[in-house]
Every structure is written in structure tokens, then in C-alpha cells.
Ligand binder design. Structure first.
Ligand SMILES: [Zn+2]
Ligand SMILES: [Zn+2]
Length: 228
């Protein structure tokens, strides 16, 4: 491994708070991930609006048909809303969803290549699903393993509790960064030692988190890209 070799670039494609010039906000979350190791583009969640997703992706100079895989964190419209537009222009794309959502989403998208995820699963080199967590309904997050062995957590809404995804992630490495929705998370001690805290979509206690971790807390806007 060369020093400073990049593992992943994460670009914010949908969020509801803020956007850089020319990008649009809409309810929901979506992150575009470029895996430098496999040279694949992966989309994590699709926001609530396919047209806005396509607009923002085109600002990143990405066409839907270049994306290899879609990971859906959970079956809420603000994360699945762009899926129909993705499937229309890229019908052969692999879609990874929590196993408990497989029946319903297969009815909606009978032609799609849907993969239900139950336990922790390798999606491709250095990219893992946490497996589905939660009792009322199911949610997965992504663990991206960087070349130096650190873990980046990419999360949707974390309805089953961010701390549970953190505990799962720690099983495979030290967590360096979290990006996505923290929902009602307030067990702040779980964030100690994490360098990059990118709390955005659906984070109730963002200002408390920022107050406790002022150097680690990052402002996440649509159009931003972060390299790890
Ligand atoms: Zn949700
Ligand atoms: Zn959400």
C-alpha cells in the first residue's frame, strides 16, 4: 500500500439540509460511493425523488448506467424514492435490500435483480453490509474498509439505533467516520475516537453532537465529496 493511497470517495447525492451551488435538496438521503479498489460506483439509498437524484448525479458527472450496485438501507420512501428511475435507465443493476423487505420490493419491481441481505455480507471487495438490524422493521448500513483497515459507516436513518451499527462495525475494524442519518441517537460516548462525524438527514440531536465533538463534526451538504 502506498502512503496516502485513497480507498473511497463519498459524495452526497441527496440530503434535506443544504446544497452546494447548483445542487438541489430534497427529503431523504443518498450517497454515491466510488470504490478506488474495485473502481466501481455504488449508490447508497436513493432519496425521495428520482429526478432530483439524476440532476445531482449529473452534476457529479455520473450517469445512472455507470453505477454498478444500489444498497437500500431500509424500505422508507425517502430512501427508496429514486429507485424506479435508477431501474428504468439501468435495469440490470444489482440492488441489495434488507431481507425482510424483499417480498414487498419484489412485488413493486418484479424485473429487478434484488438481493435480500440477512447477516453481514460482503457486497464487493472492502464493502460490507452490516446485515439487517431492528425488530419492528429492518435496516442495514454499509461498512467500507479502507486500505489502512479503518471502517467508514454509511447509514440511512439508523432506526434500530446508531450504537447497534457502531457495535457491528467495530467487529471488523476501528471506525474512522460515520456519514448519514443518526435519527434520535443520543448515546454520545459511542462516538468517542471517531474522527469524522457526518450527521445529516434525520438527526435529532445534531447540535448536541456538534457541541460535544466540535472538531470531528462535519457539515454535510449535497454536492460535497469526502475522500478516505
Ligand atoms: Zn426511515
Ligand atoms: Zn430517512
Amino acid at each position: 500500500m502506498k502512503l496516502n493511497e485513497k480507498s473511497f470517495e463519498i459524495s452526497i447525492a441527496i440530503d434535506d439540509k443544504c446544497a452546494l451551488n447548483g445542487y438541489l435538496t430534497v427529503f431523504g438521503f443518498s450517497a454515491l460511493i466510488y470504490n478506488h479498489i474495485t473502481q466501481n460506483l455504488i449508490l447508497f439509498d436513493t432519496g425521495s425523488n428520482g429526478d432530483i437524484l439524476v440532476h445531482n448525479l449529473s452534476k457529479f458527472n455520473v450517469e445512472i448506467k455507470e453505477i454498478k450496485k444500489v444498497i437500500i438501507s431500509h424500505d422508507h420512501f425517502d430512501h427508496t424514492g429514486g429507485l424506479s428511475v435508477i431501474l428504468k435507465s439501468n435495469p440490470d443493476i444489482d440492488v441489495f435490500i434488507p431481507h425482510n423487505d424483499l417480498m414487498r420490493l419484489k412485488r413493486v419491481f418484479p424485473e429487478a435483480k434484488m438481493h435480500g441481505v440477512d447477516e453481514r455480507t460482503m457486497i464487493e471487495e472492502n464493502v460490507f453490509s452490516s446485515g439487517q438490524l431492528g425488530s419492528h422493521f429492518s435496516e442495514q448500513c454499509l461498512f467500507l474498509k479502507t486500505l489502512d483497515g479503518g471502517i467508514l459507516l454509511i447509514v440511512g436513518c439508523t432506526h434500530p439505533g446508531l450504537e447497534n451499527f457502531i457495535l457491528k462495525g467495530r467487529e471488523i475494524g476501528k471506525i474512522k467516520a460515520i456519514i448519514g442519518g443518526f435519527h434520535g441517537f443520543n448515546k454520545y460516548s459511542y462516538l468517542e475516537g471517531i474522527d469524522f462525524i457526518g450527521a445529516c438527514h434525520c438527526t435529532a440531536h445534531a447540535s448536541s453532537i456538534q457541541k460535544r465533538f466540535p472538531d470531528q463534526f462535519k457539515r454535510i451538504c449535497v454536492g460535497s465529496s469526502f475522500s478516505f
